[in-house]
Each structure stands twice: as C-alpha cells, then as structure tokens.
Design a binder for this molecule. Structure first.
Ligand SMILES: [Zn+2]
Length: 413
C-alpha cells in the first residue's frame, strides 16, 4: 500500500512538473532587451547612405574600422562570392556589422533605424539585413504603424506594454533558434524605422519603459505571447483555439459585448467569392505554408471546393474550426485562423474576409461569408476595445489587465 502511495505520488508530481514546464513561458527579462529585427531578407544588394563615417566590422576583421559611405542616395553594398563589396571597396567576409556613430546617421535602402545593422549571409551572394535595436527604440516605430494617430494616449501606452511583451517573448522563444527575433511586417509587428516614430508613440513608450505583462503565481511570473489584433467583433478567441498554443487564462476567450462597436469592421457586409477562386487561393496558401513549415499541408490534396461549413464554435459562438468539402466529397477540417488566411491569400485585389468570425452560406458556384464580425485573429488585446476604453478615461494599466484577465504588470527593467 505504501509503495503504491509513493508510486501515485511520483506520477502526480511528474504530471505537475510536466504541466509547469508546458505552460511556462520565458522568465521576466533583466536589463533592456535587444530585439533583432529582420528588416530585409535574402538581398543581393542594398543601398547604404551615411552623413558621417560609420563603424564596420566583418567576421574576418579583428576590430571595427571607420568607412565613409556617401550621403543619400548612398552607394551599393553587395555580397559577391562571399566577399562584401561597397562600390569596389572590399570589406571582408562573414557577418558584417555596421554601427552608425550617432542615431540615425546611416540608412539602408532609404530608411534609417536606431541601433546597429547586422548583415548575415544566407548564401555566397545573398544576405539578410538585421537591425539590432533596444526594445523601447523598436516600439517607438511599431506603435504608430499599429494605431491611428488620433487615438488616446492611454491606448498607446496599453499597446506599448502588449507589443513590448510580445517582442521580448518572440526573442526568447522563436528567436533563440535563429539569427533574428522578429519580422518587420504583420507576421510579427509592423516596424518602419525612425521616420515612423511620432511624439505620441515616443511618450507612450517612455512612460511605460520596462513594464511587461506576465502571468503566474507571485514570484513565479513569466511573460507570455501578448497577442493583439485590430477588432474582436465583440468576442475574442483563445490562443489555444487560434494557434494551438498552451491554454492560459490571459489568452482565453472573452465576451467584450459592444465595446469595439466604433470600429468600421465590428460588423462587415457579406463577402461572396466563387468556389473556383476559393479553391485556387486555398491551394496557393497550402503550398506556401507547406514550404514554410517543411511539411505538406493536407489541403494540397483538395480537389476544388464544394462547400464550407462551421465545424466547431467556442463557448461564445465564435467559429474556431471549419469543414471544407472538396468536389470529390473529401472533408478537410481547418482551423478558423488558417481558413481566414487561406481565403484571403493571393487575392489579387479580389474580395477578402476580415476575420474568421463569419457564417458561410453555400451557393451553386460561390460561397458567401455572412454575419462578418471583427478584423484580425481576435486573440488577446483588441485595439478598438482599447481605444474605446482609452476614450472613456480608462488608465492604461486597466486596459491591459482587462485585455489579459488574470495577468499582472511587472517592471522588468
Ligand atoms: Zn473588441
């Protein structure tokens, strides 16, 4: 009996440890994190311009040395058979680091960014351009692209906390396996460099510097992937349903009522797309996704599209899975977020859906997406809900905590 009790205790303990590891995100960072943003991918050449000398160091250099690039429009920098070449001047081999002597003094392809540039070869003649920038300088350029310039100061501050946490989370998870942390577009967060910063975004980032949103028992808090999207349409979905992430209360589904009804996409009119066109887009999306993931998507076997039906709703009646039936009668279950992206993939100016929060109606040759609500994935912070709250005088701390129930705000640095 005693042995059995010990055995059961061990099983219980290992389950608890397993759960803790599964749900545990990265620890709260210490010091100001640097975010590595991949601003250009697989370039053959770029234009570098500088108002004064910049410091350059390739992997084959022992120390950095000053290089004079011309002012705008600058000169071409390329990688030729593994050797860096700036207008005929050889700059060594391997990773090339360009550090402006002062903020904004050097630009790449007409845009200047804070921090330094790291050029990482991806083949003998191509390279990625990565901008290593402290998280708060990064955010000053992210927030204005994400929000309207007229929006409330408190909404800006709430967005700054969410975006800061998201970026740090990415750097500690996906970024740990590669030479960069985040994309400079909607795949991560939109990032435009110094020219996109506004006085409002600078104020919001400075006022919240070091604050992240975290979850966990006192003393054991960890940051989580603080998702946000444009408009929840009144009901959010969980990160578990949307992306298959581990379920945690701050990223669960919540009823927001009509909080974001001021958004032009709170409800959107019926969108109708021919079945043949839907089939083409889903195939194109599945092909691209298969390439990115390195494993073939089941939709590659889809023979046209016959109908789309709701498969599962979350407890708030927001769709989280759909069935797509092909012309041969084969049924494919697709995550709502995947279907949303597939329907709008390579649309070539044709109609698209704004969210997966819709009811499909099957016609003879086309499918209509009716009762459309919201814009984006609808997980975590809803920007239009946050703006409505900011307008109503909410403090940014309360906006963030209402977006991520059960979470807390922590000063990380
Ligand atoms: Zn909302």
């Amino acid at each position: 009996m005693f042995v059995l009790r010990i055995f059961l205790y061990c099983v219980l303990l290992s389950l608890m440890v397993g759960c803790a590891q599964k749900g545990g995100g990265p620890l709260i960072p210490r010091g100001v994190p640097v975010i590595r943003v991949r601003i250009f991918q697989d370039c053959k050449q770029i234009r570098v311009a500088a108002d004064e000398n910049v410091w350059v160091k390739s992997a084959s250099d022992i120390t950095p040395h000053p290089v004079a690039f011309p002012p705008a429009p600058g000169s071409v920098l390329k990688l030729a058979d593994g050797m860096w070449d700036a207008g005929g001047v050889k700059l060594g081999t391997g990773e090339l680091v360009i550090t402006p002597a002062k903020v904004g003094a050097a630009s790449i392809n007409g845009n200047s960014y804070r921090g330094r540039y790291r050029l990482v070869p991806t083949s003998a003649n191509t390279f990625d351009v990565i901008n290593d920038v402290d998280v708060d300088s990064y955010l000053k350029s992210v927030i204005p692209v994400e929000l309207y310039s007229s929006w409330a100061d408190e909404t800006y501050k709430a967005q700054a906390i969410a975006a800061r946490t998201y970026a740090i989370y990415e750097s500690k998870t996906a970024g740990a396996k590669r030479a960069w942390d985040v994309y400079a577009d909607e795949r991560s967060q939109m990032y435009g460099g110094i020219s996109r910063e506004t006085s409002k975004s600078i104020r919001a980032v400075d006022a919240t510097a070091g604050i992240v949103v975290a979850y966990g028992k006192p003393g054991e808090e960890r940051i989580f992937k603080a998702y946000y999207s444009s408009c929840c349409g009144g009901k959010t979905q969980s990160a578990h349903d949307a992306f298959g992430d581990v379920y945690i209360p701050p990223l669960a589904e919540y009823d927001r009522g009509s909080t974001c009804s001021i958004s032009p996409r709170f409800q959107w009119p019926t969108v109708t797309i021919p079945k043949d066109e839907l089939a083409r887009r889903i195939q194109a999306w599945a092909k691209r996704r298969s390439e990115l993931n390195g494993t073939p998507r089941p939709e590659l076997k889809m023979q046209g599209v016959s109908r789309i039906d709701l498969a599962y709703l979350n407890k708030l009646d927001r769709p989280v899975y759909f069935y797509v039936t092909d012309k041969k009668g084969n049924r494919f279950m697709m995550r709502a977020e995947d279907l949303r992206l597939a329907i709008s993939f390579d649309a070539q100016k044709g109609p698209t859906v704004y969210s997966a929060f819709f009811t499909p109606v099957n016609g003879t040759d086309s499918i209509s997406f009716t009762n459309g609500r919201g814009f984006g994935h609808g997980v975590g912070l809803c920007q239009w809900c946050a703006q409505r709250q900011g307008q109503a005088g909410w403090r940014h701390e309360d906006i963030v905590l209402s977006a991520y129930p059960g979470a807390k705000l922590i000063r990380a640095y």
